[in-house]
Unconditional design. Structure first.
Length: 259
């Protein structure tokens, strides 16, 4: 599967309030796309529509199309649970199940999907996923310890291991490094670059240096005024966006003149 994401004429609502308006974007497969923009412009809201988590919020709804591998995930009869199996999510704060073991955390998504796997398959999934998250060597001798016993950076990598254990095609990350120290941030950034060989990755970040370091493409969201919907202002490959943006607002935001 190519895991290309094509969003067309998307409007996102909280009840009657239109939070994000008229988004159309092609997100390239096996790449990292960074969503940037000031607080409140709809980046995280947009991100959550890519695996149908926005509608979990009371009053949350979406108009328009989100095509992944040629299928509209908002089409009739599409099960959101299956969508979320295909499109994993890593949140801002590391959120392992604190009392569940490290191995149990990795397998949580598998068990949630009612997949029956043998003990040997479970061990293989745990090892593969923790290696994929660059965590195996650090925890392989303590897999039975609680996930909450790990450091913040390790917990975030454990959450990434949990997300990739179910073999999604797309991984969404909502400010995955904002709660981490610089060393852990670097580890997660290096991991993202490795993961894009197998996954399409979309991240929300407020860190312009991070967007410039890790992303292949950048999408700049903004809003005209408080109470107005957020909009996608500009989208392109990251080097061009950071050196020759076409919109003045993009240049102002990236250079730190606002936001």
């Amino acid at each position: 599967m190519s895991s290309r994401i094509t969003v067309s004429n998307q409007n996102i609502y909280y009840g009657d309030f239109k939070a994000v308006a008229d988004v159309s974007i092609n997100i390239e497969p096996k790449s990292i796309t960074a969503l940037i923009g000031p607080s409140g412009c709809g980046k995280s809201t947009f991100l959550r529509t890519l695996n149908r988590m926005h509608e979990v919020i009371p009053g949350g709804r979406v108009d328009g199309e989100v095509m992944i591998d040629g299928q509209n995930i908002y089409g009739k009869g599409i099960d959101p649970v299956i969508v979320r199996r295909h499109v994993g999510m890593v949140f801002q704060q590391p959120n392992p199940f604190p009392t569940m073991s490290i191995a149990g955390n990795v397998l949580a998504g598998i068990k949630l999907n009612n997949k029956r796997v043998s003990k040997s398959e479970q061990a293989e999934i745990v090892e593969r996923s923790l290696k994929g998250a660059n965590l195996w060597e650090e925890v392989k001798d303590r897999l039975d310890l609680p996930g909450g016993s790990l450091s913040g950076g390790q917990q975030q990598r454990l959450c990434i291991a949990r997300a990739i254990a179910v073999k999604p095609a797309v991984v969404l990350m909502d400010e995955p490094c904002s709660a981490l120290d610089p060393i852990s941030t670097r580890a997660i950034e290096e991991l993202m670059v490795e993961l894009k060989e197998d996954y399409t990755i979309v991240i929300v970040t407020h860190n312009m240096q991070q967007a410039a370091r890790v992303s292949d493409y950048t999408a700049f969201f903004n809003l005209e005024a408080t109470g107005k919907p957020g909009k996608l202002v500009e989208y392109g490959d990251t080097p061009t966006m950071f050196t020759e943006p076409t919109q003045a607002a993009t240049a102002d935001y990236i250079s730190g003149r606002f936001g």
